[in-house]
Design a protein around this ligand. Sequence first.
Ligand code: HEC
Length: 245
Amino acid sequence: MHKNLLIAFTTILLIGFYACSHNSQIIKPLVTPIDTSTHHITDTTSTTDTIKEVLDTSVCFQRDILPIMQTACAKSGCHDAITKKSGYNLTSYSLIIAKGVVKGSASTSKLYTACISFKMPPSPAPRLDSTQLTFLKRWINNGAHNDTNCVVNCDTTKFTYKAALVPILNNYCNSCHASSAASSSGGGIVLDNYNGVLVQAQNGKLMGDIMHTSGYHAMPLGGSMLSDCKITQFRKWIAAGSQNN
Ligand code: HEC
């Protein structure tokens, strides 16, 4: 009797094992897990010279909000650490959330309402564009967190003027270098059209400035250095002939 039970038990166990090992061969994961080890920014001198980042549509403070604040709002004479116009110092996370931000409610946050009503940034500085406004709204509604570990949306295999450079210039540079703002806040340097960018690419100042090379003007002025991936996109675009592509 005991022997029979043992045989029956072993048989069930074997069938079970077979079924499991069999299943594992046919069940494929629906979603390929993201390999987080590839999500870091590699040095520009990396041997492959190819940095790919996964597209992340959610908002992230360090990536999407801080650059807007630093370059479009924290300008000298406006909301930098010295002027602090109307009590707003928009240079860092703790200072940004200190005034005008109601966590979870963009519609009652002055930081957002002033921008959506186009009071800020004041003319002739360009308004925030619809992507920037959406980011700001989403970030506040999400709770205005200090997200630092952002997935960077950048790919060094793409380095055309329109697809790669224009979005960077719009986000990090044209709050000062748009045609309308250049004379008042961009030293007369215009970067919102191809010819303007070409001049700075050819005279070497564009690369010198974004790489913070000594003897150049570190850009974006008052903001953090662009990521290695973005700098690589500029470098590759110039190496390929600075075309209007
Ligand atoms: C907050 C305003 C501001 C932002 C943002 C900004 N710049 Fe500038 N930029 C300036 C000013 C002001 C000057 C003039 C500097 C001078 O001549 O002293 C300047 C000068 C330049 C020059 C000419 C430098 C030279 O040596 O004559 C280049 C090129 C440039 N910026 C590129 C950029 C790029 C690229 C970005 C974005 C990645 C950027 N800037 C973001 C304010 C800004």
